[in-house]
Design a protein around this ligand. Structure first.
Ligand SMILES: Nc1ncnc2c1ncn2[C@@H]1O[C@H](COP(=O)(O)OP(=O)(O)O)[C@@H](O)[C@H]1O
Ligand SMILES: [Mg+2]
Length: 263
């Protein structure tokens, strides 16, 4: 084995670091360009998607009640696919945007129901909900909905056919937890380590933006994301949001939304 000098080692390490920093900068620049393109594209696509969605709703309402079940079924398929595309466009729009959340007291059950509306899932995938009917969260509901739609969509895609997705929400005086668990194939250590990386995907025809956006949106709303996964057992994504005095009616240590500690 070759013996390296001290300085040789340092130089090599410096070179490595410079290379790494260069790569990081390139990655950041690439992401910024992708972000800009993405938000422009999503701006253009949002309108036609929403027009198509409204047209489907209109057809559904105005079709006579004795219309063939197959017609309704296909309208349902169209609506699901349009909703999936809308989620993708929503993801793209957040890539290039720094729009601050519009936070208000929001009903968690309504947010979860809207998220479920936006995902494409096989009928064999069961959904189990455990959410207190009056549970509220101080957040931008459309942002948290998009985050949950991404998470639940990943679970549905991982399950493919049979399986169960649980959405559980629990609240203490200081914290709201929203947990999405599936009993799908889970992730290897290697995949788990990269799950938040922009453009990281293990699937063909997917963007690898979902979890990047989830972390961005949840963070913008004052929350954190934890992912636990075991191959063969399944995956749990846990969102944690601190609760504040105006949410609970109980005094907390601080009134500042940004300083409150998660309990
Ligand atoms: N619930 C899950 N079960 C198994 N793998 C998952 C799950 N959620 C995410 N992953 C893995 O993380 C990767 C990145 O997810 P995401 O950022 O949403 O991008 P995409 O869904 O476009 O691949 C997925 O390709 C998949 O390998
Ligand atoms: Mg995804």
């Amino acid at each position: 084995m070759k013996k390296r000098t001290r300085s040789g080692k340092t130089k090599a390490a410096d070179g490595q670091l410079a290379l790494q920093l260069g790569e990081e900068r390139l990655k950041a620049e690439r992401l910024a360009t992708i972000g800009l393109l993405a938000s422009r594209l999503s701006g253009e696509l949002r309108q036609p998607l929403s027009v198509i969605r409204n047209a489907i709703y209109f057809l559904n309402i105005h079709l006579s009640t004795d219309v063939d079940d197959k017609v309704r079924k296909h309208l349902g398929i169209m609506l699901r696919e349009i909703n999936g595309a809308t989620r993708l466009v929503g993801n793209l729009s957040y890539l290039g945007s720094t729009r601050p959340p519009e936070r208000g007291m929001s009903d968690i059950e309504v947010i979860v129901a809207a998220a479920l509306d936006h995902i494409v899932r096989p009928p064999e995938v069961r959904i189990r909900l455990a959410i207190k009917p009056d549970a509220m969260l101080f957040c931008d509901p459309s942002q948290v909905r998009l985050a949950l739609a991404n998470i639940i969509s990943n679970s549905a895609q991982a399950l493919q056919s049979e399986g169960e997705i649980k959405v559980i929400c629990t609240q203490t005086a200081t914290e709201t937890r929203i947990e999405v668990t599936d009993n799908g194939p889970g992730m290897t250590r290697d995949v788990l380590a990269q799950v938040f990386e922009p453009l990281f995907t293990t699937a063909e025809h997917r963007t690898g933006l979902g979890m990047t956006i989830v972390r961005h949106l949840v963070g913008a709303n004052g929350g954190t994301v934890e992912v636990k996964s075991e191959p063969g057992k399944g995956t749990t994504v846990l969102l944690r949001f601190a609760r504040f005095e105006h949410e609970t009616g109980f005094p907390t240590k601080t009134n500042s939304a940004h300083q409150a500690k998660e309990g």
